[in-house]
Design a protein around this ligand. Sequence first.
Ligand SMILES: Nc1nc2c(ncn2[C@@H]2O[C@H](COP(=O)(O)OP(=O)(O)OP(=O)(O)O)[C@@H](O)[C@H]2O)c(=O)[nH]1
Ligand SMILES: [Mg+2]
Length: 432
Amino acid sequence: MQSSLRKAVSPTFEIVFAGAFSAGKSMLINALLERELLYSAEGHATGTEWYIFYAEAEQEKVILTFLSEVEIREQAVALCQKLGLTAPSNINDNEMVGLLRQAGAAIIQKEGGESKSERAKQAKALILLLEGFEANRDRIHSLNNATYSMEQFNFSNLKEAAGYARRGSNSAVLKRIDYYCNHPLLADGNVIIDTPGIDAPVQKDAELTYRKIEHPDTSAVVCVLKPASAGDMTKEETELIEKMRSNSGIRDRVFYVFNRIDETWYNTQLRQRLDDLILAQFRDTTRVYKTSGLLGFYGSQIKHTNGRDRFGLDSVFAESVKSLNGVEETPQFVNKLNRYCANSGKLSPGTFRISVNSFETPNQNYVRILAEQGTNLITQLIQDSGIEEFRSATTRYLTEEKRPQLFASLADDLQPVCINLRNNYLRGCLKS
Ligand SMILES: Nc1nc2c(ncn2[C@@H]2O[C@H](COP(=O)(O)OP(=O)(O)OP(=O)(O)O)[C@@H](O)[C@H]2O)c(=O)[nH]1
Ligand SMILES: [Mg+2]
């Protein structure tokens, strides 16, 4: 009873984001929270679990938790066994570790590249683990999981922490990362969890994600899918979906998100294939969403810009327009917005009269279009990104379905006690 009471009074709702690598999980979370919190990039980007909790504005922080030396050695031994290499008796022995790294590199070369085969992926994982251990040697404790605050790392904001912990050797030795961040979506106990792709090069990543999905504390699973840009589901995506469907405890808490939906706007075939797929395989669920995390996220960022900072070119995108030879670079989003205006078919010509001119540079087009169209265009873009619809659906689910369930289970737990009390009291009355 005490535990149900605790849950009802101060609940936590864990929302786990899972899916194939590069589906856009991290970007989708950035879009939901309207901030660049997580590291998002082409290729495998996320290498560890990220928890995002609520914090008051002045109390934002990051906590990094490292694996212990024992855990790292266990992982190294397991990888060596799979690879048929002699397991290290001591990972502090530089000579032994050096030889292992060479052996790993030789395997990758023989396999023809880092992600060419399961064996090459394992060899890469071993190298990253050993490198990560060496680079973070003084931070790692032998038996316990050492934790560090962002001050101890001299990070001045959450984004810098994300850069340090992005996939690579550092992420190989990190157990998890906790962000405390100020956003209304996180208030009332909602916790967002980002995971590495299920087809990530490191097997333990995928296992971690599966365990998290199955965990009874998980309130919702957001399954981020790639077919909007890939045409079909991958083997790993199909497996993930089948696993979730066969488990009645999980089935009812899954949201299916087809991300990168913008790519279907320019490709009839992709659009058709996605519609067919949804019709054939997702007919029995109402929780299917189509989003563009990328457009939703940048839309939320340029909402706060204006002509004075060239709609973000001098602020949000200042780093990406910089170039060495004096000619400005074009940020990825600028091309996406121009294309959206020219070819997406999303903007009614009656409301939006837009020309994308070949005699202007992409950046010039971008600034002129936004100056001409004002905030209406940004509002429309955010709407077409599907982010707000998805955000309100998840919030509704948590407040209208999950929260009442907590009170229902508290009532269930209270019921037998109350009945016993009542009977006891009645018996007492009868006796007297
Ligand atoms: N066109 C388009 N690109 C997107 C979208 N969302 C993300 N991307 C791009 O896809 C790439 C991968 O995005 P991430 O957010 O890192 O994907 P992820 O699922 O977190 O990937 P891992 O962490 O590696 O598993 C990045 O280059 C993004 O810019 C989208 O909605 N549309
Ligand atoms: Mg990611």
